[in-house]
Structure formats: C-alpha cells, structure tokens
Design a protein around this ligand. Structure first.
Ligand SMILES: NC(=O)c1ccc[n+]([C@@H]2O[C@H](COP(=O)([O-])OP(=O)(O)OC[C@H]3O[C@@H](n4cnc5c(N)ncnc54)[C@H](O)[C@@H]3O)[C@@H](O)[C@H]2O)c1
Length: 362
C-alpha cells in the first residue's frame, strides 16, 4: 500500500497527518510512504526526519495525490484539492460531510472510499479519533474566549478569574461531552463561574461529582438556556449529535440578550454550529460581531497548537492506519467493525446512515 501525506492547505492549518514515528511504523509494516516536502514543518517535523523514517519526499501535492492508494490527511479536501482526487482512491481524514454537501458529491462522483475520522468507533461506542481534537478545542475555547474578552480585542473587559472583591467572569458551556468537559476544566481552573448544560444526566452527574459545587450543572432546556446565556460573559457551543448536523440550541433571541462585548466560541461549527447567529470563520479572520457579541467559529481550532494536536491526533489514528496497512482495506474493514463505521462513502454511495440522512440521501 502506498500512503500519501500531503501538506494541509486549510487557512492557518498547522497539523500533519503522519509523524516520522508513525511513518517508521507504516514502513516497517510494509507500506510505502510519500510525504510532500515541508508537510510536517509547522508541527515541528523536518523533511530529514521523514526521510530517516523511510519516506520518499516529493516536491508537490500533485505528486502525492497522483501516486498514493491511500491519502492520509487531517482536514477534509478543499475545492483546490477536489481535482487531485483520483477515481477509486482511498481517503482517511476528517470529512464532516453532514455539513459538506459539495465535497460529498465529489466523493460520490469519483467513487472515493472515504473513511471519516469522526465516525470511527471504539468498542465502547465512543469516537476515539474525535476525542483528542475535541479535548484540545475545548481547552483552547477558554484561552481564545479569554483573549477576545479583553478590551483591546473588542471584548467587555472581563477577566475570567476576576480578583478578590470582584465578580469572576461567567462561562456557560452547552454540551458536556469531550470538548465541553475540557472547557469546563480550564474555566474552573482559571477561577471563572462555570455553568454547563447537557441533555445527558450522566454527563452532568459526572461533572457534579468531580467539581463538588464549583460548577453548576443544568439540564439543557429552553428555560435554563435562556437564563444562562443571558448572563454569560463567555458562551461555548460544544454539542454533538454524532455524524449529524449540529442542532441549533441557542437562538438568535438568546444571543441578543447577552451583554455587549460578551464572546461566543462555537466549537461545533465543523458540524454547522449550534448557535443560530454563527457562521464559520478562519484563523485569518477569526471573529465577527453580531448583536454586540463577538462570535468565534473556526472549524480547525486545534491548528492553533499544531505540535500538541499532531501528537494527539496521530497517537489516536496510529492503530487504525497500522491495521489498514497490515491487513489491507477489505480485511481491515471486515474484521474491525469500529473502523468500518468510519466509512462514509463507498462505490458512489453515502453508506453512513446519519450522514446520508443529513445530506438528504436517505
Ligand atoms: N472547531 C473545532 O476546531 C473542533 C475541534 C474538535 C471537535 N469539534 C467539534 O466539537 C463538537 C463537539 O464534539 P465532542 O467531542 O465534544 O462531542 P461529544 O459527543 O463528546 O459531546 C457532545 C455533547 O453534546 C450533548 N448534546 C447533544 N444535544 C444537546 C443539546 N440540545 N443541548 C445540550 N447538549 C447537547 C451530548 O449529550 C454530548 O454530551 C463536534 O461537532 C466536534 O466535531 C470542533
């Protein structure tokens, strides 16, 4: 199997899909690895390290896409990459097709075997390839939110931790899953007042017993959302319905009730966002203002910390990539139902139920 590692081209992206260490493992298992020159540079890996790990370095993305059986990426292919996809090729990356109808059409037309990181499942039904990036995005959401709350960045001038004698900032986290729980951890660690809402009582119970009163847990219903959002200095959107488009949980009306200069970070933007006033932004222009509230919705937040994110992502993808190399695609998918759950497109069809439903194919 020939694995291709192109340099990521999404604005501000710094991650790479393969470390030299993973490259060494794939080569030892019998794969050929083709890496685009400087693909690992922004994550702190040199071309020499890939060469030493057994990769062939090529000068252009075109050469990677043209040669590889399996394209290993981080972000979904962008329009500039659509033409590079070869009919029948295999693609293993984040795809987020529920919010990407155009890309889905390209994958179907070219009969791409599209395996999406975000729908690969572990034995316990969790999403091991989504988890590390969600943890990073959750932690970053507080850092980013604190930055935009600063007066010089257009924010309300609230310091999340406050100081003795002042009211700390109020962080409201909607969704208590991987990203939400890590946002809660950072916000509580900074000394903010923290409220977290979810529909899943088990998630709320776990946070309640972990923080013993330091964090308020609330059922996610319109009344609780309305009251919490109106008092939020920093609102974090962190909901997910696996493989589906994110539900709108916070309405425009609720956003309009927020204090001027408050900040929204909608982590769920990669699935379309869970806040009615949200639209995707980029690392170049990360925020916009609506109803006096600063909105941040960068779909690839982990790129802010390319080194940590690359290490976190590849330690999670490694067992699956190794399985594909060792067993070949057909056996790997037949023997590993969790990996098979990652298949979103195959032979010109959307084969993941939730994605098909979201795109209107089911
Ligand atoms: N922007 C980025 O850079 C970035 C990075 C990583 C992950 N993400 C995205 O963040 C989102 C969250 O991922 P996750 O791993 O935390 O998911 P998760 O499944 O661990 O958690 C999602 C939580 O949302 C809850 N939920 C569902 N509907 C709800 C509702 N109406 N109200 C309140 N809670 C509700 C679920 O019960 C669950 O606890 C996903 O869309 C993921 O793709 C974005």
């Amino acid at each position: 199997m020939k694995i291709g590692v192109p340099k990521e081209i999404k604005i501000g992206e710094t991650r790479v899909s393969m470390t030299p260490s993973l490259c060494r493992r794939c080569v030892a298992l019998g794969a050929e690895v083709v890496v685009q020159k400087s693909a690992g540079f922004t994550a702190g890996f040199t071309d020499a390290e890939y060469r030493a790990a057994g990769a062939t370095l090529v000068s252009s993305a075109a050469k990677v896409w043209a040669q590889a059986d399996l394209i290993l990426k981080v972000k979904e292919p962008l329009p500039a990459e659509y033409g590079r996809l070869r009919a029948g090729q295999m693609l293993f990356t984040y795809l987020h097709l529920a919010a990407g109808a155009e890309l889905a059409q390209v994958l179907l037309r070219k009969r791409i075997l599209g395996i999406a990181y975000e729908t690969v499942e572990a034995n316990d039904g969790s999403y091991p390839l989504l988890k590390p990036m969600s943890q990073i995005a959750g932690r970053l959401a507080i850092q980013v939110g604190a930055y935009f709350l600063q007066s010089q960045h257009g924010g309300s001038g609230v310091l999340l931790g406050g100081i003795p004698g002042t009211l700390p900032g109020h962080v409201v986290v909607v969704g208590a899953g991987n990203s939400g729980a890590h946002a809660v951890q950072m916000a509580a660690g900074m000394g903010a007042r923290v409220t977290v809402l979810d529909l899943d009582t088990r998630k709320l119970e776990a946070l309640d017993s972990e923080y013993r009163g330091r964090v308020v847990t609330l059922m996610s219903n319109p009344a609780n959302l309305e009251a919490s959002v109106a008092d939020a200095d920093l609102l974090i959107g962190a909901v997910l319905i696996p493989a589906a488009k994110a539900p709108i949980v916070v309405s425009k009306k609720m956003v309009a009730q927020m204090r001027p200069g408050s900040v929204i970070v909608d982590i769920a933007i990669d699935q379309g966002g869970c806040i009615e006033t949200i639209r995707p932004t980029s690392h170049e222009e990360p925020v916009y203002e609506q109803h006096g509230v600063i909105h941040y919705a960068v779909p690839n937040m982990p790129a802010l910390v390319g080194r940590t994110s690359t290490m976190g992502l590849t330690q999670a993808t490694e067992p699956f990539v190794a399985t594909l190399v060792q067993k070949g695609v057909e056996r790997a998918l037949a023997e590993h139902p969790g990996l098979a759950k990652g298949v979103n497109t195959r032979d010109g069809k959307v084969v993941c139920g939730a994605v098909a439903k979201a795109l209107g194919y089911a």
